[in-house]
Design a protein around this ligand. Structure first.
Ligand code: IPE
Ligand code: IPE
Ligand code: MG
Length: 244
């Protein structure tokens, strides 16, 4: 296992959980089999993150574009939170992870809507990792809804357009109040963002791995964190030893 410095663990990690379909195809199994294994990997990886003191883990599980997939696959993915919760309820209750969901909430089945509310409510007082599931999430949509709310506040006279700052925008995103994103991990070898956290990635470090999501385990997580810990994050400035 890769060595990581537990005093410098990223506070906020985001993950694009990609490669479920290819994982199944490699085994000559239907794509949904990959989604099944991928879904059960979420709580495992969240637990590894919680163990080492990561505070926020934000996972891309269903995008606003994933509705374009075949109906059978969409139906299966929509039921994923229900299947996961019924299998993991006890584990979720006894762990210290706080579950949140972000994205649109008006397009998925009512039973999923109810389940999400139940899961958030059940874990709202947990003090460990905040695990955010991005479900029917897309960055264009997130930014658009933020702009609409800000515009409405201006129309209502509650906000002056000249007072709008980056913080105003940040506070209207689904991730309002979250710490800045430190590390973005994408599995399956694709090197793109796919409409994910476009605002939040401004100064995140990127880590791409060929490993397919259902195979992403503790060892892979540690590799990603070790790589992050070797980066020189400058935020546009210079680090102390380079100032002279
Ligand atoms: C990620 O796996 C899960 C979702 C996008 C819902 P994919 O289903 O995209 O798997 P690949 O990329 O086809 O292998
Ligand atoms: C991104 O993966 C969305 C999720 C992981 C939920 P996709 O597989 O949908 O992205 P593209 O189509 O390869 O860009
Ligand atoms: Mg994919």
């Amino acid at each position: 296992m890769e060595q990581i410095d537990l005093n410098r663990v990223p506070q906020h990690i985001a993950m694009i959980l990609d490669g479920n379909g290819r994982w199944a195809k490699k085994r000559m199994l239907p794509r949904n089999y990959g989604h099944r294994n991928g879904a059960f990997n979420i709580n495992k990886v969240a637990t590894y993150c919680d163990e080492i003191g990561v505070k926020y883990l934000t996972m891309y599980c269903f995008s606003t574009e994933n509705w374009n997939r075949p109906q059978k696959e969409v139906d299966y993915l929509m039921k994923a939170p229900i299947r996961m919760f019924s299998r993991l309820k006890k584990q979720i209750q006894s762990s210290n992870i706080r579950w949140k969901f972000i994205g649109r909430r008006d397009r998925f089945p009512k039973e999923v809507f109810d389940l999400i509310n139940e899961l958030e409510d059940l874990t709202k007082d947990k003090t460990g990792l905040t695990l955010t599931i991005c479900f029917d999430y897309g960055s264009y949509e997130e930014i658009t809804q933020a702009v609409k709310k800000i515009a409405q506040e201006c129309v209502d006279g509650k906000l002056n357009p000249s007072d709008i700052t980056p913080d105003t925008i940040e506070n209207h995103l689904y991730t309002a109040g979250y710490p800045k994103l430190d590390l973005l991990i994408r599995t399956s070898g694709e090197c793109r963002i796919s409409n994910y956290l476009l605002w939040q990635i401004a100064y995140a470090e990127f880590y791409f791995t060929d490993v397919l999501w259902p195979d992403f385990d503790k060892e892979e997580l540690y590799k990603a964190i070790a790589s992050y810990q070797k980066r020189d994050r400058r935020f546009g400035g210079l680090n102390d030893n380079k100032k002279n």
